[in-house]
Design a protein. Structure first.
Length: 499
């Protein structure tokens, strides 16, 4: 192209003025194709696609699962057109604001995407911006291709079939997980207006014009719907049912823009009875930051009381701890759970009872708040060697401490091998002692031999069996010396073996 540039420079000024206003047509000696370029840009074509003024990272445009229109900018020095080149369906299309399919220099186009109603599958397509010459043909090897990836529908509710409310009423909790805007409403006859039931909104929910409550994930993250789903909890409060018969209704989770099919949750409340009743009878995990909540007690003719198991629980308070209710009156108690700054799950059981001997038990668990050492979702092991009676030249016992905040431990043991690698590694099964220690016994050891031992636990996490090992330690069995007895103390190296 150096010859071409030199040739243009040598043209008389008058001849250049005859070429037209603002457009120069070049005839390349190398490919013999005409290209339309803007003056001053040279003959190097450039095409970029921007979303809100920024280049697409890795040429990828991620969009939410709902119906959407995304305006993209094209920065270029040539004619161009846009085409959907690869797509798994017809859910994506290209629109131009002015209806033109071929544009010149910088401009915009719109990608319109239909809602992805799949709950499990993402989908994608490829969009290509082509450089177009003055004859309307595509310029070879001059194009910008990017991928559009649309998220799958993410709308889940944790309590799709709630247990019937007791006749005295009370609250039940629901959690919606979604990356889409949604709203929640109550169907007739169970609405707040007629006194049967109402929605207690969670954080970030706003009232709708039709009496519903709404939540939009885009209020928590800028731009389009976030790829990661957002969890929001709310309560449904039911008043006492003194009608003499059960009543039914529905909780409806729907989409403001019809991005997903409505999710309907059936609701039922039993009639009030003359029996001792407590609500709620089940609780979700209390967050580590603490929480205040209430129990409702109906005890028609008896006094009632509530106690804690274990009795010395100091991290929550119950007010009042005793009382009475008569007729259709109910009593409310307040529970204040303090923050959990420990690395352990906390548990307590509420024991409600009436003077007539009626009993109700409700369990509560609070998640841990302190950061876990090393790997917080797996067992954490520490391996001090603990002395024990009865060791000989051929036997030894290894005691190891473990800490397991969330994993379900299934078995334990240790690996043992001669320190000089003269023998094979054996796996010896052990047993759990209490809630913090494992013990493993070794037999058939060789007197006067140094061994390496490494304890382990097996556990199940998210349905998958796993294993984690602790630190390796070394110990030496005593030499056998006639006359010194059969049970001399073992020699233990206090420092872990070098890895």
């Amino acid at each position: 192209m150096k010859f071409l540039k030199t040739y243009i420079t040598a043209l008389p000024l008058a001849l250049l003025l005859l070429t037209g206003a603002g457009v120069v047509t070049l005839s390349s000696c190398s490919d013999n194709k005409e290209q339309e370029l803007s003056p001053g840009k040279g003959d190097a074509l450039s095409i970029r696609v921007l979303d809100e003024g920024k280049d697409l990272p890795n040429k990828l445009l991620s969009i939410g699962s709902g119906l959407s229109r995304t305006t993209l900018s094209v920065v270029t020095n040539t004619r161009w057109s846009v085409e959907i080149t690869e797509c798994d369906g017809s859910w994506c299309s290209v629109l131009f604001n002015d209806g033109q399919t071929i544009n010149v220099n910088n401009g915009e186009f719109v990608l319109e995407t239909a809602a992805n109603r799949s709950e499990t599958e993402q989908r994608s397509c490829k969009v290509t911006v082509y450089a177009i010459d003055i004859k309307g043909n595509r310029v070879p090897n001059e194009a910008y291709t990017f991928t559009v990836q649309q998220e799958n529908q993410r709308i889940m509710i944790n309590n799709p079939t709630p247990a019937p409310w007791p006749g005295i009423g009370g609250n039940d909790n629901f959690t919606v997980t979604s990356n889409l805007p949604w709203r929640v409403s109550l169907s007739d006859p169970m609405t707040a207006d007629n006194g049967y039931m109402e929605i207690i909104p969670g954080s970030g929910m706003t009232p709708g014009a039709d009496g519903s409550w709404q939540f939009d994930p885009k209020t928590t993250e800028a731009g389009s719907a976030p790829s990661e789903a957002v969890r929001v909890s709310f309560d449904v409060r039911m008043s006492m049912n003194s009608t003499g018969s059960p009543r039914h209704g529905e909780l409806v989770i729907s989409s403001p823009d019809n991005s997903f099919m409505p999710v309907t949750v059936p609701l039922e409340q039993r009639e009030i009875t003359a029996s001792f009743t407590v609500s709620p009878t089940h609780l979700d995990f209390i967050p580590a930051t603490g929480e205040i909540f209430h129990f409702t007690i109906y005890s028609p003719t008896q006094d009632w009381s509530v106690s804690l198991m274990p009795e010395d629980t100091k991290w929550l308070s119950v007010t009042p701890a005793a009382g009475s209710s008569t007729g259709l009156n109910t009593s409310e108690i307040t529970v204040v759970v303090e923050p959990n700054e420990t690395p352990r799950l906390r548990e307590v059981t509420f024991h409600f009872q009436s003077d007539n001997g009626d009993e109700v038990f409700v369990n509560l668990q609070q998640v841990y708040g302190a950061e876990m050492p090393d790997i917080p979702t797996e067992p954490v092991l520490s391996m001090p060697w603990i002395s024990a009676e009865g060791w000989t030249q051929t036997t030894a016992t290894l005691n190891a401490y473990y800490f397991s905040p969330v994993a379900e431990l299934t078995s334990c043991g240790a690996f043992i091998t001669p320190a000089d690698d003269s023998g094979t590694t054996e796996t010896i099964e052990g047993e759990f002692i209490g809630d913090s220690k494992i013990t493993v016994s070794f037999e058939g050891l060789i007197p006067g031999t140094q061994y390496r031992a490494q304890p382990f636990v097996r556990y199940t996490q998210n349905g998958v069996e796993r294993r984690q090992s602790g630190e390796e330690i070394t110990f030496t069995t005593p030499e056998y010396t006639p006359g010194n007895g059969d049970n001399p103390p073992p020699v233990v190296n206090p420092a872990p073996a070098k890895k």
